[in-house]
Ligand binder design. Structure first.
Ligand code: CS2
Ligand code: MG
Length: 404
């Protein structure tokens, strides 16, 4: 029996980029970890946890995961939103870690056991030019990936989403005060189909290809892009439009069969219940860290399963290895798994968060250690102080604010 929570600590560290982690400890000395990282808003979640959540946890029965979730959600009054739900997610994830360790089982065994042999992942092939992209796709294929997201520079634009300075991992939060990027939908729509055409031509029909429009189109523009990409049989076109307007997806659906994936910025089932129940999307990208933890993500994926929608959880560099470990336990167990994003972390990050998940043959497996199979080296973490970093903003060529 794990017993009552006697200690709760929020650890902020920056091994190349900022991460926020909640560490819980029970009276029996069992510890649990939860990711609370929200890119560009890390200190908001750290403060929410420290000031408004941690004091309520001391003395609580660590076994009561559902009751704690309901206490933190219904008891917040000001419900939902990425800050609140990332804080709740961290507590929830840490409690599942503790429950697994107490039972001596990996968390996926507590979620019904494995439904598949491994978790198929996709990587990011980014390049300024089409030739750069082709080289990056080849590199991911050589690494064993079976699915690759393709992002390319746009002629006439100095920067664009998804094409960063690094390879293997991508960190867009590049300045304390948001840097400003310039965007042109017209240039983008004219170029992206030519990039995917070249990649499909070069790598054949087997390789699963994805593309992220990153919230930047209107529904009819997204419909136009989806139709233009149909010959290249994408696994998904991601975040075609800002998704507050869930009914806007009906228009996209009327014009294209390109599968749609949405949800990395969602934080409760209420953000996507219409998208799911009306089958307006094919993959839901909600995550353990930003959608209320394992407990709430399972609810979202159970609703999705009823409507033929599969999981496609976000897994960018700015979600910590604690979130990745938890995601893999959920991915392994749910019946409607689709694909897991896997942007690698730097060696410095992996040293701060030693973990048992391993990549092989295009898949990840969480390992079979009790709990989540991830740890936090607090001494090492302390050597990396928080560094202010914000996500960029986007303006059109005439200066109008747009979506980044
Ligand atoms: C992207 C992310 O991985 C993705 O699909 O949308 O890189 C996203 O831009 C970052 O996680 C934002 O912090
Ligand atoms: Mg995305």
């Amino acid at each position: 029996m794990a017993g009552r929570i006697v200690d709760a600590r929020v650890v902020v560290t920056c091994p190349g980029r900022n991460f926020v982690t909640l560490r819980l400890e029970t009276e029996d000395g069992i510890t649990g970890l939860g990711d609370a990282t929200l890119n560009g808003r890390e200190l908001a979640v750290a403060a929410y946890l420290t000031e408004h959540v941690v004091p309520t946890l001391i003395g609580r029965d660590s076994a009561r995961i559902e009751d704690t979730w309901q206490y933190l959600y219904r008891g917040a009054y000001w419900r939902r939103g990425p800050v609140t739900m990332s804080a709740i997610a961290a507590v929830d994830t840490a409690l599942w870690d503790i429950k697994g360790k107490t039972a001596g089982l990996p968390v996926y065994q507590l979620l019904g056991g494995r439904s598949r042999d491994g978790v198929t992942v996709y990587g990011h092939a980014n390049g300024e030019t089409v030739e750069d992209v082709l080289g990056e796709v080849a590199r991911y294929v050589d690494l064993g990936y079976r699915a690759v997201r393709v992002q390319a520079g746009i002629p006439g634009l100095t920067t664009t989403y998804g094409v960063g300075r690094d390879r293997l991992f991508y960190e867009p939060a590049d300045a304390a005060i948001p840097s400003e990027a310039t965007w042109s939908t017209e240039r983008y729509l004219a170029h992206v189909p030519t990039v995917l055409a070249r990649v499909r031509q070069e790598f054949g029909p087997e390789l699963r290809l994805l593309h992220d429009a990153h919230h930047r189109l209107t529904p009819i523009e997204a419909a136009r892009l989806g139709r233009a990409l149909e010959p290249f049989a994408l696994t998904w076109l991601e975040d075609p439009v800002p998704a507050e307007l869930q009914e806007g997806f009906r228009l996209i659906r009327q014009h294209t069969t390109t599968p749609l994936a949405v949800g990395e910025v969602f934080n409760t089932v209420w953000d996507c219940h219409r998208l799911i129940t009306e089958q307006l999307i094919d993959y839901v990208r909600t995550t353990v860290v930003h959608a209320g933890g394992i407990t709430h993500l399972r609810r979202i994926l159970d609703l999705a399963a009823l409507h033929q929608v599969r999981s496609g959880s976000h897994g960018a560099t700015d979600l910590s290895p604690v979130c990745m470990a938890a995601a893999l336990h959920v991915d392994l167990a749910v019946p409607n798994f689709g694909l897991q994003e896997y942007m690698r972390h730097t060696e410095a990050t992996d040293a701060v968060f030693p973990h048992s998940y391993r990549f092989a043959d295009g898949q990840l497996h969480p390992g079979d250690e009790p709990g989540l199979g991830v740890d936090l080296d607090e001494e090492l973490a302390a050597r990396y102080p928080y560094r202010p970093a914000s996500l960029p903003v986007n303006r059109l060529e005439d200066g109008t604010m747009h979506d980044w």
